[in-house]
Ligand binder design. Sequence first.
Ligand SMILES: [Zn+2]
Length: 376
Amino acid sequence: MVNLVRFCVSDRRVNSSTTRTLIAVARVIKHYHFSTNQNLKSPDQCAAVHGAARNIVAVFWDLDNKPPRSVSPFDAAVRLKKAAESFGVVRYKIAYANQHSFDYVPPEIRVHRRDRKTLNQLENKGVVKPLDPYICRVCGRKFYTNEKLINHFKQIHEREHKKRVSQIESARGSQRVKLVGKYSMNMEKYNNAARDILTPKVGYGLGDDLKRAGYWVSVVSNKPQAADVALRNHMVDMMDRRQMECLILVSDDSDFVEVLKEARLRCLKTVVVGDNNDGALKRVSDAAFSWQEIITGKAKKEAVSVVGRWKDRFILKRLEWTYNYERERKLYGSCSEDDDQNDDLGVSNLISDEVKTDQSRAWWKLESDSDVAASS
Ligand SMILES: [Zn+2]
């Protein structure tokens, strides 16, 4: 109980008046009902899961179902991560998709690429002249056609980059560390520039962008439901190992309903990101957001109230009376015929003082009942 009060006091985000009321309620319960020490010895499973400051968040992203559309994959991944961080410590960011999703190029990007190609041709013929020259972001040289810039980039900077990478790869130990340090600035400059200049060979860099944003990306076979199954197994596996307290699922696929229900049974907090407003997933989760809310940052703001609600729930859970066979037997079973036996086992030592005084009579017996029994 002391821990609980300390927990309440230390957390300023919980509404202070609610907290005060809860503390008062907690004190009353401690005083008049049962010994809370015993309660702490056998906390229920939920309290154990939600307890302490540990609140590890795992993000599971069903890329087949919810690929990033309105913004670039990197941007979407970073914003999702930021939103997830407002629910706790994000330790796992996992994305699953089949090969089709990685090869897929959204229509807008395809149109953009086609326009760029036409523009390049016009520039080469001298029909169109860009207002501002194209600047190489690695060395700063200026070019009047985009194609010249790309050629320059490939011939000079891409070559240099490959050399650096192979040097690092062939080096060992301290030599390798030295090289990484020496080249890190150049490599970063190159990577940033290359992203805009070089077109990825397949797809639009979905996998690479997600990895760059710190996600663990897995490609599964193109069989239908393969990604769903893999994602579900991964979630259950992590639940079994108790590696997370909060599960964030990015999907609209109702196949995940059972997994979310399972997560709730195991007292995990659940958040769903999807656009299906009356979706089955949102009905079984603690909180739900649309992609738009993640992108605009609205989810991050709303997360504060969701977390507050979880904390209140946690406090109430600790105050809730739960039936514990062992405890009840120790408290109330001793007035029956196996009284002596219990004394022999030293069980009576465990009984709190408040209960001891009332031991002569079972709690459900009225005073008049025992009086009647005594007189007869
Ligand atoms: Zn250059």
